[in-house]
Design a binder for this molecule. Structure first.
Ligand SMILES: [Zn+2]
Length: 162
């Protein structure tokens, strides 16, 4: 169970509770490790506890001025070691729940998009209906005008015949 463990070092961490009497190992710096719980969302490592170098506090390392020479080489120790090799049930449940939430959000977004699409189609239909009605009314008005002109011609014809 060395740091050659293939599971990658978690990016997100939270405090870890350890059973009484568990011995903390020493890392390559020679210091006692600290214990953490992996907390990367959706990760198969989430919920598993591990030991890590206590000097690995800055991850990533803080920005240094390039002209500022460090008094000694910075610690390159990236020691970590898994305590739990199985994911606890609560973490599996958490991940399942997170997946559900993500899917629900996705479905809700899809429903919103569908509703917006429906609204757009309805507005387009209304616009077309209005246009058709206006077109019909225009034709009716023109037909009416034509009838009046026709009547006018009839009247003139009759007047001339008299
Ligand atoms: Zn160390």
């Amino acid at each position: 169970m060395a740091s050659s463990d293939p599971d990658p070092m978690p990016k997100k961490k939270m405090p870890a509770m350890l059973e009484e009497g568990v011995e903390f190992p020493r890392c390559r710096c020679g210091d006692l490790c600290k214990a953490k719980t992996a907390d990367d969302p959706f990760s198969y490592t989430k919920g598993r506890r591990f030991f890590m170098c206590a000097n690995y506090a800055h991850d990533p390392a803080p920005q240094r001025n390039v002209y500022e020479q460090p008094p000694s080489p910075p610690p390159l120790c990236s020691y970590y070691e898994w305590i739990d090799h199985e994911q606890p049930a609560w973490a599996k449940y958490d991940i399942e729940y997170d997946h559900k939430v993500v899917w629900e959000k996705f479905h809700a977004a899809t429903r919103r998009e569908e509703a917006a699409e429906k609204m757009k189609r309805w507005q387009e239909e209304q616009r077309q209906k209005k246009e058709e009605k206006e077109h019909e009314e225009k034709e009716l008005r023109e037909a009416e005008r034509e009838r009046k002109r026709e009547r006018g011609r009839d009247v003139r014809r009759k007047t001339l015949q008299m």
